[in-house]
Write a protein that binds this ligand. Structure first.
Ligand SMILES: CC(C)(COP(=O)(O)OP(=O)(O)OC[C@H]1O[C@@H](n2cnc3c(N)ncnc32)[C@H](O)[C@@H]1OP(=O)(O)O)[C@@H](O)C(=O)NCCC(=O)NCCS
Length: 176
């Protein structure tokens, strides 16, 4: 059942609770959340301008979810890539992921980005309009050039030149 949730930009004071939520959300049969926590910490340690959008979901004064988009490269273009999206396990299925994604997309659109990418379950991200990126000429090589899990959502600022190979912010900084 949906609950009353507000979404706002993440502050420095939220960081401990955010990392807890991320770790808990991704802990289970397939992992312990460490990889996703490391991604968040890596983005936070980059130049702040690389963080395109960093949001928390709050209910009853507690942080129950988080989403982060940072500026990766699509060839020469700076393009936001979402990673990770996390909702605390005890709060899942109540519309919090949807609230975070809806606000994130709205904010990225307002800033004029042509598109946003995500690596995840097409069954979930499809509901926000994401589609597999391969047929649109956008590839993320670590998952294979045509993985249906790497997806793209065109935003208002979209133009034809948005094709190529995507590199996430923390991967690009490793190449320097
Ligand atoms: C995926 C996640 C962010 C969704 O957040 P949430 O607050 O539970 O989602 P919402 O309540 O907004 O939406 C729930 C709907 O999404 C569906 N859903 C959740 N995870 C899904 C998935 N992996 N694939 C397809 N559908 C999914 C639910 O079945 C539900 O469908 P319904 O509305 O038809 O009943 C959350 O479950 C989570 O943090 N999971 C663990 C971490 C994770 O997998 N993150 C995403 C990486 S791709």
């Amino acid at each position: 059942m949906p609950i009353d949730v507000s979404v706002r930009p993440t502050t420095e004071g939220d960081r401990t609770q955010v990392l807890c939520s991320v770790r808990e959300a991704f802990s289970g049969e397939v992992g312990d959340g460490r990889e996703e926590v490391e991604i968040v910490e890596a983005v936070w340690s980059l130049d702040a301008s690389m963080s395109a959008c960093d949001l928390v979901a709050v209910t009853g004064g507690e942080i129950v979810g988080h989403v982060l988009a940072s500026l990766g490269r699509l060839d020469r273009l700076a393009i936001p890539g979402i990673a990770p999206l996390a909702v605390r396990p005890d709060c899942q299925g109540k519309g919090i992921g949807t609230a975070l994604m809806t606000d994130l997309v709205r904010r990225l659109d307002l800033r004029g980005f042509p598109l946003v990418v995500v690596l995840g379950d097409p069954g979930y991200y499809g509901r926000f309009g994401f589609q597999p990126s391969g047929p649109l000429g956008i590839h993320y090589l670590p998952v294979g050039a045509d993985s249906p899990h790497f997806q793209v959502l065109h935003l208002g600022g979209h133009h034809q030149a948005c094709t190529g190979t995507y590199v996430y912010s923390w991967e690009a900084s490793n190449e320097l």
